[in-house]
Design a binder for this molecule. Sequence first.
Ligand code: KIV
Ligand code: ZN
Length: 526
Amino acid sequence: MSDKIIIFDTTLRDGEQSPGASLNVTEKVEIARQLEKLNCDVIEAGFPVSSPAQFEAVKRISGEVGIIVAALSRAKEIDIKAAWDAVKNATKKRIHTFSSTSDYHIMGKFGHDRYGKTLEEKRKTVLQMSYDMVQYAKTFCDDVEFSAEDAGRTDLSYLSDVIEAAIEAGATTVNIPDTTGYTMPHEYGYKIAELKKRVKNIDKAIISVHCHNDLGLAVANSIAGVENGARQVECTINGIGERAGNASLEEIVMALNVRKDLFSYYSEINTKEIYNTSKMVSGFTGVIVQPNKAVVGENAFAHESGIHQDGMLKNRETYEIMTPDTVGVSKTKIVLGRHSGRHGLKSRLIELGYNLNEDELNKAYKTFTKLADKKKEVFDDDLRIMMGDEIFSEATYYHLRYMQVNSGTNSIPTATVCIKCNGDELADSATGDGPVDALFNAIDRALSTRYKIESYRVRSVTSGRQALGEVAVRIRTEEKSFTGRGVSTDIIEASGKAYLSAINQLKIHREELESMIDAHEVTEAV
Ligand code: KIV
Ligand code: ZN
């Protein structure tokens, strides 16, 4: 008998917590649609209480897709209510609530005496809170998932009690996260097997696994969990997520698919959409996929050595355990150019997974023709970058209207910029150590700001002399870091766009904080 494994994608929630990743609402909606095309069973769309932008994204996604939309909440009434308000209009919805159950977390987060004086008392408080909050979530929604945060390091007997209480309160899925990526596959598998034995009402819920990759074992641990009774796997595209990331969706799905001989489990993922999804997520988040990444890396299907190439020519199976075609990597490269029309562009974008309305198509076509004028050949990766950088970008404060930069071996680099902001134009000039430094200094002068540049990275999107250059700039402020990206055939211009994009994100963040403080003051006043 073969069992279906529910694929719960958390790219838009845990994945977005990846350092340097940032997605606007439009990009999140587009990724959600692609995840539906990939045939995920559940998508976790965000953590609504954490910011107005998160709330808005979950709400918009709920109106766009037909698969289950989950919203995360701590075990607190205010979080659960926000999660419900954000998902309530979805066709299929889930509230996902979590409590911290390891002693490390309990002592750290519930240190105050009001939660109990001893560890034993604090544990009781957490158990009761988990029970009460699952019950509260059930007053809104039938489908409630409960997670025991840091379950990987939680005492097994206490974990069993918490899980039993959550199921008694109505949880239909119970998730056992290895939050810190600490466990070994045999230990994690044992934990799942023991929960199946010890928790009396375990048959009333689906066991879920959620593994982080700190020791590179997230996929192995997830599979060990499945082999011991879990039937839902939480994962992200390209394995992005906090620190070293989450278990990678494509690796789990392809492991089940390739080793059918070994496993009696299957997922309903449309594997042919894996590559497009990976590219879309990488393009929008700016988190680059390492070349040797399993399944979706640039080199995943490349055979370099003579012996391997010879073997491949004789029989593909000599060195290939899955074909590129299975995951949607096509053998033929489609190239568009100056003479490609709107129709050609539209159908290629649809094939790459992008759904455009009429306005977006007009904007895309305009950008495409400018790009095709500069580059003779426009590749798929150029189009993907163009979508993230221009088409799905949202209105921002500062926009680079023009720039002029002079530099040479015997001259002092000088830059002049003009920045548009709410109908005003702010212009200034500055010198610097190099052209990029001069440009950043000119932007700082025009905006009367100065930020610490934490990192600056430039890479070529495709190959060749006319390749698009993508620049990522991370700025550091007292609160946190913000990463901006810019793309152009001119890397100096891309640098200016990236720096402004980071400043725009900082502005959005500060505005969100202010609106949350205002909302808090109103609530307090009431
Ligand atoms: O890693 C974790 O514990 C989580 C939970 C909130 C599910 O992401
Ligand atoms: Zn996590």
